[in-house]
Design a binder for this molecule. Structure first.
Ligand SMILES: [Mg+2]
Length: 291
């Protein structure tokens, strides 16, 4: 395909979608030495399908194979999720409550003595679903040797299983997430390392991503997220030149629209597809300057 044809397809895809973009020229700036840094839950995975919420990596663990039905994890979600997305509260206000939520959930999971050998089945039985067009996204990045850093406040072991079962766990992928620590009999005994929640990705980026060479070699970043906290995921890239940010606004659209438009370069409203990121990635790789 010639460069002109790619340009036309790119513009057509952008026109077909309902989205808002602050500065379209930013797309041109990430062509050289690009990398992608993406959140996982509700960014690479769908928010809903046929009117039903798609489970997050934490929610996938709500399977009878892994935890008791009377486990109070759902009650925690009902208490803390409205706080996480509350446009009326500041990040500072939310932060201690998010730590409280994640800590309580992880303690509950440890109490449930989750078995490692049951994780793959729990993922298979779940309605976990990557966004439409995910295969093009993952495959295209891998084919063009563009690193993809998945930065998730979810559960790394479950995340890996989801992408593995969808056949897109390619070698260009690095993952920073909360990983389970199993004892010698394969029973969950703790979570490894520093806790990552929605609003401390900056610290996570500085302590983890700073050590990843692939991340440091690529100063131009396409960043995907669905939470304002995701905007700090590239803070571990020491020499960032340009960052193009795409925000998926899945829920509470009217209440959060303004803050999303002010914070992300492109905002996708209730879009369950990867069409826009795919168009941008293809545009970037079709450039003769890309490497
Ligand atoms: Mg998310």
């Amino acid at each position: 395909m010639s460069k002109n044809e790619t340009d036309i397809i790119f513009i057509l895809v952008l026109k077909r979608h309902q989205f808002m973009v602050k500065d379209p020229y930013l797309i041109l700036l990430i062509i050289l030495f690009p990398q992608v840094i993406s959140d996982f839950d509700m960014t690479l995975t769908r928010f809903a399908h046929n009117g039903m919420r798609v489970p997050t990596t934490h929610n996938i663990l709500d399977n009878r194979l892994l935890i008791n039905e009377d486990c109070t994890k759902k009650e925690l979600l009902n208490t803390y999720y409205p706080i996480e997305i509350d446009a009326g509260r500041s990040t500072e206000e939310k932060l201690p409550l998010m730590v409280e939520w994640w800590t309580k959930v992880h303690e509950l999971l440890i109490d449930q003595r989750i078995r490692k050998d049951m994780l793959a089945r729990a993922v298979k039985e779940s309605s976990a679903m990557l966004r439409e067009g995910y295969k093009v996204f993952f495959d295209h990045l891998a084919e063009h040797h563009i690193p993809l850093l998945i930065f998730s406040a979810g559960v790394g072991d479950v995340l890996e299983e989801v992408i593995r079962q969808n056949h897109v766990f390619h070698p260009n992928i690095n993952i920073i997430s909360n990983y389970m620590d199993f004892d010698h009999t394969g029973v969950l005994q703790a979570f490894k390392g520093q806790l990552i929640h929605t609003f401390n990705k900056r610290q996570g980026a500085l302590s983890h991503a700073a050590h990843l060479r692939q991340v440091q070699d690529r100063p131009n970043v396409l960043l995907l997220g669905d939470s304002l906290g995701d905007l700090t995921m590239a803070d571990g890239v020491t020499d960032t030149h340009n960052i193009l940010t795409i925000g998926f606004l899945n829920d509470q659209v009217e209440e959060r629209k303004e803050s999303y438009i002010n914070s992300f370069d492109i905002v996708l409203v209730k879009d369950e597809t990867m069409d826009i990121p795919n168009a941008i990635v293809k545009y970037v790789t079709s450039s003769r300057y890309s490497k």
